[in-house]
Design a protein around this ligand. Sequence first.
Ligand code: NI
Length: 257
Amino acid sequence: MEFFDSHAHYNDEKFEEDRVTILSNLYNEEKITRVTCVGYNVEKSQLAVKLAKENSFLFATVGISPNDIEDFSEENLALIEKLAKQEKIVAIGEIGLDYYWNKENKEAQKELFIKQIEMANRLDLPIVIHTRDAAIDTVQILKEHPVKNKGIFHCCPLNQELIKSGLELGFYISFSGNITFKNAKSEGPVSLVPMDRLLIETDSPYLTPEPFRGTRNDSSKVKLVAKRVAEIKGINLEEVAKITYQNANNVFKISEE
Ligand code: NI
């Protein structure tokens, strides 16, 4: 059984010390045979691209997240666009809106989001969306600025209205360790998403699933997310692994082999 972790940050400082060991262990021992390493500012996008070059089973995305708005400049956007043209860059992301951490600069966040949607459309790439406490504005922007290749609601908030809108817009919904948390009320949201539109991810090093909450996350724990999906959907783990692997290949346009 093999797994695809559709969203992790091996470009994060928390992996500085033991990145090589962890990645080799994931592939060889844990059978996490594909991972998308997600960028969120210029520096971390550059590192994601480098890691994808060095590791055959890693793919990368590049972009400036709403929480890295200090990187927003025309010059940096040009840099991101140049990076995105390299091999194994499978999406623009993570991009979007975050009113939980930043309420002060909503207009700048929207502008940055829209500019990167336009970039994805120029480059014929999907997007990876980060949205927090900003569901209405996120959906409105996606309606007004359609993304040709769609993409993913990453670590999708367990908000049924948002999930319905995301599905209607043609996006994939990706669940992380958040669905394993006690009191998460994940049954309703997970049930809403048809299996052919569902992805699993870790968002490592963050959002570690139960029962490991509080420790550093890594892609081996995507199995715990898959297990929770299997429980809610009433199907076996193997099926979840297989379908989500296929879905990730589809959205990122990665060939089977
Ligand atoms: Ni992330």
